[in-house]
Design a protein around this ligand. Structure first.
Ligand code: FEO
Length: 411
C-alpha cells in the first residue's frame, strides 16, 4: 500500500500484515493485523510515531522514501513490544540523527530488547511536550495498555491521539478509517479481550486520564483509525464498566462423550431457564472467541473429564487463560466425569487465584456415563445459575454501574 495522508503533513506509513495468523505464538489472528506507524511533519521538525514489526520494515522504508523523508528528528516509542519497536534499530541506522523519544521505563526495555545505545534516547516525563514548530506532541503515560511502560501521544493542534495498542484491533484492511463498524467491533473486542482485559482496572484509570482531551481522531497502532472516536470510547466503557450479562460460557473437553452429555444437558437446562449459553469445545476452539465471550459472561462452567488424576490439559489451559485474562465473571463451576478418582476440582480451583471476586458454585463431578441422579445434579446447578442470573441484563443491553456513571459522563 501507499503512504496515506491523514491531514496535511501527517501520514500513515506503516504496514498491513494480511497473512499473519498468530501473535505472541499464542493469539489467533483470523483477520491479520497491521503495524501502524505515523509521520508528523511540523514547520521545524519531523517525528515518526512508532515503527513496525521488523518483518515489515522494508514497507516502512518504502513509504518514507515515497514521501521524500530525508531527515527524522524524533522517533516516538510508545511501547517496547517488538511489533512497534522492532524496526527501530534499522530506522536509526538510516536516520542516525534521530532521537528516540520515550519514557525512562520504555528506554530500559528498548535497551534490553534491541540493544539501542542510551545516548540515542530523549526521555520524556508524563505530560511533557515537544514542539515540532507549528505542531506540538504531548506525551501521556498510560501504563498497562499493554505493558507497564506504555504511553500515548496527543497532537494538540489536530486533536489527534496516537494510542499505540490502546483502542487497537488486529485487522488487516485497506481502509484508513473505520468503515464497517460491525467488523471493527468484533476485531476490537477480540483485541480488548486478549490484550487489554487482564489490565481492565488500569484501563479504567487511563480512560479517566484521557477524558479531558478533545479528540477528533484516534490513531492506534493496529487496525483502522477512528474519525468518530466515540465509537471505540463507548465500546471500551461498556467492556470495562458494564455489569456482566446473562451469559453462561461452557468451555469443555470430552474424550469419550460422558462430559459432552453433561454439557449438552446443562446447556438445554440453562436455556430453559432463560440463560444464554455459549459452548466452546476446547480442542477445536479459537481461544479469541472464548476470550471475547468472557468479556460479557457472568458464569463460567468448565467441563472436563479427569485425566491422569486432574483436568484434561485443554481444560487446564482454559483455566489458566481465564485466570490470566481476569474477566468480570461472577460465578464459576466445574462439571465432568471420572472413573477411578483424581483431584480435578481442587486442581482447577487452585488455578484461579486471580478471580478473587467470583463465587464458586458446587461442582457436578460424576462417575462414568451420566445417570438419572447425575442429571438431577445438573438440574440443580441450572436452577442455581438461573436464579443468580435473574437480575442480570440481556447481552445487548447496557447497564453501567452506578458508581462509574459520574466518572465517565464527560466523555
Ligand atoms: Fe501491539 Fe503490545 O504490542
Amino acid at each position: 500500500m501507499e503512504p496515506t495522508t491523514i491531514r496535511p503533513g501527517i501520514f500513515s506509513v506503516g504496514a498491513v500484515d494480511w497473512d499473519r495468523r498468530l501473535f505472541d505464538s499464542l493469539i489467533p489472528l483470523p483477520d491479520g493485523t497491521s503495524y501502524n506507524s505515523y509521520l508528523v511533519r511540523g514547520s521545524e521538525k519531523t517525528a515518526l510515531i512508532d515503527t513496525v514489526d521488523p518483518t515489515r520494515e522494508e514497507e516502512l522504508f518504502r513509504h518514507l522514501q515515497q514521501l521524500g523523508i530525508e531527515k527524522i528528528d524524533y522517533i516516538v516509542a510508545h511501547h517496547g513490544e517488538q511489533d512497534h519497536s522492532g524496526a527501530l534499530p534499522a530506522v536509526l541506522r538510516k536516520y542516525p540523527e534521530a532521537k528516540v523519544v520515550t519514557n525512562p521505563r520504555c528506554k530500559g526495555m528498548l535497551m534490553d530488547l534491541l540493544h539501542i545505545a542510551p545516548e540515542q534516547f530523549q526521555e520524556v516525563q508524563d505530560g511533557e511536550v515537544i514542539s515540532l514548530g507549528d505542531r506540538t506532541l504531548k506525551f501521556i503515560y498510560t501504563p498497562w495498555v499493554h505493558w507497564p511502560e506504555t504511553m500515548v501521544t496527543y497532537l494538540a493542534e489536530e486533536k489527534m491521539l496516537f494510542s499505540c495498542d490502546f483502542f487497537g484491533s488486529h485487522l488487516a484492511t485497506t481502509d484508513l478509517y473505520v468503515t464497517d463498524e460491525g467488523r471493527v467491533y468484533e476485531a476490537a473486542k477480540r483485541y480488548y479481550a486478549e490484550i487489554m482485559m487482564p489490565f481492565h482496572t488500569n484501563i479504567e484509570k487511563n480512560l479517566e486520564k484521557l477524558k479531558s482531551y478533545n479528540l477528533e481522531i484516534i490513531a492506534p497502532s493496529h487496525g483502522p483509525l477512528y474519525n468518530r472516536p466515540e465509537f471505540i470510547l463507548k465500546l471500551y466503557r461498556s467492556w470495562v464498566f458494564d455489569e456482566p450479562k446473562n451469559i453462561a460460557v461452557i468451555a469443555f473437553v470430552s474424550m469419550h462423550g460422558s462430559t459432552l452429555k453433561m454439557v449438552n444437558y446443562l446447556t438445554e437446562a440453562l436455556a430453559k431457564r432463560g440463560v444464554e449459553v455459549r459452548q466452546f469445545d476446547l480442542p477445536v476452539t479459537d481461544i479469541g472467541n472464548l476470550a471475547m465471550s468472557l468479556v460479557d459472561a457472568a458464569t463460567l462452567v468448565l467441563g472436563t473429564p479427569t485425566v491422569l488424576a486432574g483436568p484434561h490439559p485443554d481444560a487446564a489451559l482454559a483455566a489458566f487463560l481465564t485466570n490470566a485474562l481476569r474477566p468480570k465473571l461472577k460465578y464459576a463451576t466445574i462439571i465432568g466425569s471420572y472413573l477411578w478418582g483424581g483431584r480435578t476440582v481442587d486442581i482447577v480451583k487452585g488455578m484461579l487465584p486471580n478471580l478473587t471476586n467470583i463465587e464458586l458454585l458446587d461442582p457436578v463431578i460424576i462417575k462414568g456415563l451420566p445417570k438419572e441422579a447425575d442429571y438431577a445434579g445438573l438440574e440443580k446447578l441450572a436452577d442455581m445459575i438461573g436464579q443468580k442470573h435473574k437480575s442480570l441484563s440481556s447481552p445487548f443491553s447496557c447497564t453501567i454501574n452506578e458508581e462509574y456513571k459520574n466518572r465517565i459522563s464527560k466523555f
